[in-house]
Design a protein. Structure first.
Lengths: 249, 249
């Protein structure tokens, strides 16, 4: 196994950091690594905001649902879908780009671009001994987050990435069975087979929680998912996304 | 610089492969690496289809717009947003999950999950000396691709990843200036500053093309983008996405 695969397979989310800010050089390496990810037709449809200011971090931690590790981290990055510079290009090149920018296709392109970049950032950080945690919680109050960061039209904050020197080790949750995630040729899974895989996986997940809590907790994965999905969250998402200019057609 | 960052910064898309299929072990490593990416609240909302069959690859190459390197590669992965297993969980756990699954929020979650996983797959492959190219072109004919792969409701093919032993070296397109992509504290870019950065970048990109074509081609980035964005592509996207159950609210 090489160092890259070892870093990938060793990933765990870190939620407790030492009080050590990232250096400018570390920030530069993380962002430059993000930028080398593939990008759809060279579009580079994302922007990264880095937050150092303790007050802004505190506000973002609150807006993300009181996640202290946003505040107490070495640096907080926010990955944004960004077609704003492409709107400007329309003006520079005297071209009407509005229909393209407003398409669902280009929304997907910018979300995918931003996520590919973020995972490069993650691995670059982890390879330097830093820990990370993705913060989807910023979408709890996406409009407030957007206003706080002064994001213009055609820019949407997708998720945060909190990065720092790990204070705790974190643990690695067992993933779905390989056969459940990977299919050859077609999506051949029969419902019965899928259900039997999920029952087996439930045992693995329950064992993981039992071990870590001295038997006090024994969630299954399907139970956890059903609980989480029993109501819709962040219902304002489509309205917000459209208010920023995206996904109108 | 460590091996991980070196692999990340050395990325280039490969569009010509040797006629050598990936081994089962390589496939397993690529998929297992994908699975270790972070996932929103443990949801694991994606599936990976691997295609070996030459006829299916040929069809997919055609559907993606005649991209021969889809056909002539070591393996073709298709990364799909997948909430189908979560629909099944609703049945298993006797819980109504439909409103959550149909939300724009969960569509975004599944797209981000799939992309994070894909970038891990990419780096794992590249670290083993393999080359890759993302194939957004499968969205040109997304419904046909979906039917060919027999994808059920709540599963959408997002992009392909063609992987194999490189036959050519590929080249590395210069990225946007660091200052254009990364902002601190807020999105402070003034329009004038942004335009001047883009003019400077245009020079870099034009020089890149001139060098590679003996002066025959000298595209600017903003010119290329304006051309690409002058009309909307893949206009059926929203309709297709909704037809699969996603993003109805």
């Amino acid at each position: 196994m090489n160092d890259v695969i070892e870093t990938i397979l060793n990933h765990r989310s870190i939620r407790k950091f030492k009080d050590i800010p990232l250096t400018d050089e570390q920030i530069k390496t993380v962002v430059s690594s993000a930028q080398m990810a593939s990008t759809s037709s060279y579009i580079q449809a994302y922007t990264i905001i880095g937050v150092k200011n303790p007050e802004t971090k505190q506000k973002l931690a609150e807006l993300a649902g009181g996640q202290a590790y946003v505040e107490n981290s070495g640096h907080f990055f926010i990955f944004c879908a960004d077609l704003q510079r492409h709107e400007l290009i329309g003006k520079m090149e005297n071209t009407d780009v509005s229909e393209a920018l407003q398409s669902t296709e280009k929304f997907m392109v910018s979300v995918i671009d931003a996520a590919l970049a973020a995972q490069n950032a993650t691995l670059a950080a982890e390879s330097m001994g830093l820990g990370i945690c993705y913060i989807g919680g910023i979408r709890n109050n996406i409009e407030e987050v957007s206003n706080l960061l002064k994001l213009p039209d055609y820019v949407i904050p997708l998720f945060g990435l909190t990065v720092g020197v790990p204070e705790s080790e974190g643990s690695q949750k067992p993933r779905l069975p390989f056969e459940n995630v990977y299919h050859e040729e077609t999506y051949t899974q029969s419902e019965d087979k899928l259900i039997s895989q999920l029952h087996e996986y439930n045992e693995t997940v329950a064992e993981y929680y039992r071990e870590r809590t001295d038997g006090k907790r024994s969630d299954t994965w399907t139970g956890q998912m059903a609980g989480m999905l029993s109501s819709a969250k962040r219902k304002q998402m489509m309205e917000f996304v459209q208010s920023k200019g995206f996904m109108k057609n």
